[in-house]
Design a protein around this ligand. Structure first.
Ligand SMILES: Cc1cc2nc3c(=O)[nH]c(=O)nc-3n(C[C@H](O)[C@H](O)[C@H](O)COP(=O)(O)O)c2cc1C
Length: 180
C-alpha cells in the first residue's frame, strides 16, 4: 500500500476541511503549512512577486512518502506563497504530488486569468512529471442555485460536514478514486 501525506494551507478553513477529509479517507496525516511570515497582505504580496518567505520546517521527511496531496486556496490566479515555497523547497524529495483546491473560481471560469486551471498549469510547470492529479472543488458547488454567482456568499461560505454533500462530495469521491 502506498504511503501518503496531505500537506495544506488554509486561511479561512475550507482547504483545512478538504485536506482533513482527504487525509481521513486516505488514512494518513494532514499537516498544515505554517508560513514564517503570516500577515495576509505579505503572503499575498509574496505570492504575486514570487518572493520566498518560507514555511516552518515540517516534522516529516518527504522522502518517506510515495505520494503527497497538496491542498490550498487560489488567490488572484496565483500559486500562493506557502504552496510555491513548499514545492520549491521539497521538489527533489517529492515523488508524486497531487494538487487540490477549494477555490472561488467556477468550472465555467476555470481558464480565466483567476481560474483554477490557470493555477494547475503553473503547478505543473513547477513540478514537471512529478505532478499527478489536479482537482478543484469550487465553493460554488455547495451554494444553493439562487446564490450561485454571488461573490459575497462565495467568500463567506466555508466547507463543513453540513455542506460537503451532493455534487462536491461526488467530485471528491471521484478524485479519491483517481488516486488509487
Ligand atoms: C484575496 C483573495 C483572492 C482570491 N482570488 C481568487 C482567485 O483568483 N481565484 C479563485 O478561484 N479564488 C480566489 N479566491 C477565493 C478563495 O480561493 C476561496 O475563498 C477559498 O475557498 C479560501 O480557502 P480557505 O478557506 O482555505 O482560506 C480569493 C480569495 C481571497 C481572499
Amino acid at each position: 500500500m502506498s504511503k501518503n501525506v496531505v500537506v495544506y494551507y488554509s486561511k479561512n478553513g475550507s482547504n483545512k476541511y478538504l485536506a482533513e477529509k482527504t487525509a481521513e479517507v486516505l488514512k494518513c496525516e494532514a499537516l498544515p503549512l505554517r508560513p514564517r511570515v503570516s500577515p495576509f497582505l505579505l503572503l499575498l504580496l509574496a505570492s504575486a512577486t514570487k518572493i520566498s518567505l518560507g514555511n516552518r520546517t515540517l516534522k516529516i521527511d518527504l522522502n518517506d512518502y510515495d505520494s503527497i496531496v497538496l491542498c490550498g486556496p487560489v488567490w488572484m490566479g496565483l500559486v500562493i506563497a506557502p504552496l510555491s515555497d513548499f514545492i520549491r523547497k521539497h521538489k527533489d524529495d517529492i515523488k508524486k504530488l497531487n494538487f487540490i483546491t477549494c477555490c472561488g473560481s467556477t468550472d465555467e471560469g476555470k481558464n480565466d486569468k483567476f481560474g483554477y486551471a490557470t493555477v494547475f498549469t503553473k503547478i505543473k510547470e513547477l513540478l514537471g512529471d512529478k505532478c499527478g492529479v489536479c482537482e478543484a472543488f469550487p465553493v460554488e458547488l455547495v451554494l444553493p442555485e439562487d446564490q450561485k454567482g454571488d461573490d459575497q456568499r462565495m467568500m463567506n461560505t466555508i466547507l463543513s460536514d453540513s455542506n460537503f454533500t451532493g455534487e462536491i462530495k461526488a467530485r471528491f469521491d471521484a478524485f479519491i478514486g483517481e488516486l488509487s
